[in-house]
Ligand binder design. Structure first.
Ligand code: DGT
Ligand code: CA
Ligand code: CA
Length: 462
């Protein structure tokens, strides 16, 4: 694993935190915080530079001692001081820093006064009213801490949709290739395209006697089989993602798909609506008395209830059933509806392709325009552009536009919002562009009002 500047900066940040919890000299703590910032903002990769035999260059706030530590971390991934501090302090103490509202100073006070070393201990102390007795902590703070630590302890681990899709796609095509398998659909929150998914829910149809269950359990990414029966199973993948599998009959595929796509709230509302019409909906179909009237496809199920098909993305019981009933379902934006992309980086800053490559790729995807939005100079780590480089890029874009058909490249920038809300490039330069995106990349720690003032000032830029 290559060690990046961000890793070195993180190590310095952790050293500063640990020193502060320990109650070290404030100047020493600040030196590590400043070093973390300098390293993070440095424009070249230390590992590469050291591998090439170069010296660590002079950086603000980095003397001989810190330069040696940069070298040590860049080559070994750690430094002796960090390891020593980790041994001197309770092992889980940095876990406490992840709880909103707890900085090193408070963690230090809670540790020294109440011997709190873990989130669980913190929770019990808050619940028992012991925190308010620590100097500097009041009753209000105690309530806030209790809520924050409760939320922290209850956070379940969810996967981003894009991450989950890597596992889902591979598993679905593996199962599809099993003899006797007909349909494989990933249902659940994944099919509803939620931003995160708790687990994957697969609905499969297969011939009787198909080895689909055995194949599922034997998938080489499976770490543990949690449950397994004739038609259902649950496994845990090596990534920690759980997968539930259901094998259903062909004639109830639509009903099963609808049931396992959810959401639960949507299902409940559908069932209630069916009851009002004297019908019953379950995972096997739509029934009138004992007679099955629909269920082979999702469309047939909705139709039996007098509804048009409702797209999975809308099935959250947020008014979609009422809207479907009166024929007012919204039309969803689809990939084919997209005409342009207004945020594109190229290799001039931290992207990989050239402007031409990006323009041609966008055109191949059916887009009509893109805006090239590189970073500005302040973001040295991402090779941000200065005014001269930006103007050269504009000339390049002019030449490209003169040549390309069915594609317009817009001149733009992702300009940095500086600490005080002014922008990283002069207005005379920005006014030459078609589009300006302004972004915050630093000082995320400003107090709420200062941060708001900063953004508002940037938005007021003429
Ligand atoms: P997740 O996994 O937390 O991201 O969310 P879902 O929606 O995938 O939920 P999950 O995996 O627990 O269940 C998959 C679907 O199965 C869910 O969307 C609807 C259905 N389902 C699960 N439990 C129930 C239930 O108790 N009643 C009803 N009507 N449907 C349920
Ligand atoms: Ca799920
Ligand atoms: Ca599930």
């Amino acid at each position: 694993m290559p060690i990046h500047n961000a890793d070195i900066a993180a190590a310095f940040g952790e050293i500063a935190d640990l020193l502060e919890i320990q109650g070290a000299n404030p100047f020493r703590i600040r030196a590590y915080r400043n070093a973390a910032r300098s390293v993070g903002e440095f424009g070249r990769d230390f590992s590469t530079l050291i591998a090439a035999g170069e010296d660590i260059p002079h950086l603000p706030g980095i003397g001989a001692d810190l330069a040696a530590k940069i070298r040590e971390i860049a080559t070994t991934g750690k430094c002796a001081l960090q390891t020593r501090l980790e041994h001197e302090l309770p092992p889980a103490i940095t876990e406490l820093l992840k709880i909103p509202g707890l900085g090193p100073k408070r963690v230090s006070a809670l540790w020294h006064e109440l011997d709190i070393q873990t989130p669980e201990q913190l929770y019990r102390a808050a619940r028992d009213g012991r925190i308010r007795q620590v100097p500097g902590f009041g009753e209000k703070t105690e309530v806030k801490i209790q809520q924050a630590v409760e939320a922290h302890l209850n956070t379940e681990h969810r996967f981003k949709l894009a991450t989950a899709s890597q596992y889902a796609d591979a598993l679905a095509s593996y199962l599809s290739a099993t003899p006797g398998v007909h349909q494989v659909t990933v249902a659940g929150s994944y099919r509803r395209m939620r931003e995160t998914v708790g687990d994957l829910d697969l609905v499969v149809t297969a011939d009787a006697g198909s080895p689909v269950m055995a194949h599922f359990k034997a998938y080489d990414e499976v770490r543990e089989v949690l449950a397994a029966g004739a038609t259902r199973a649950s496994v845990l993948l090596r990534s920690g993602l759980q997968v539930d599998l259901r094998v259903v009959a062909e004639e109830s595929y639509g009903a099963a798909l609808c049931y396992f796509t959810g959401s639960k709230a949507h299902n409940i509302a559908l069932r209630r609506m069916a009851q009002e019409r004297g019908l019953k909906v379950n995972e096997y179909g739509v029934f009138k008395g004992d007679h099955r009237i629909a269920g082979e496809t999702e469309a047939s199920l909705y139709q039996a209830l007098g509804l048009p098909p409702i797209p999975p993305e809308l099935r959250e019981n947020r008014g979609e059933i009422e809207a479907a009933r009166v024929g007012r379902l919204p039309q969803l934006v689809e990939l084919k509806d997209l005409r342009g992309d207004l945020h594109v980086h190229t290799r001039a800053s931290d992207g990989h392709g050239t402007i031409r490559e990006m323009a041609l790729a966008a055109r191949a995807h059916g887009l009509e325009y893109i805006a090239v939005t590189e970073h500005s100079r302040r973001l040295a780590l991402a090779r941000g552009l200065d005014p001269r480089q930006l103007m050269e890029q504009c000339d390049e874009i002019d030449r490209l536009n003169a040549e390309l058909k069915d594609m317009t490249v817009l001149k733009a920038i992702e300009v940095d919002i500086l600490d005080d809300g002014t922008l990283d490039l002069p207005d005379t330069v920005l006014s030459k562009l078609d589009l300006v995106v302004a972004a915050v990349h630093s000082r995320f720690d400003l107090p709420r009002t200062k941060q708001t003032e900063r953004i508002l000032r940037a938005m007021d830029n003429k």
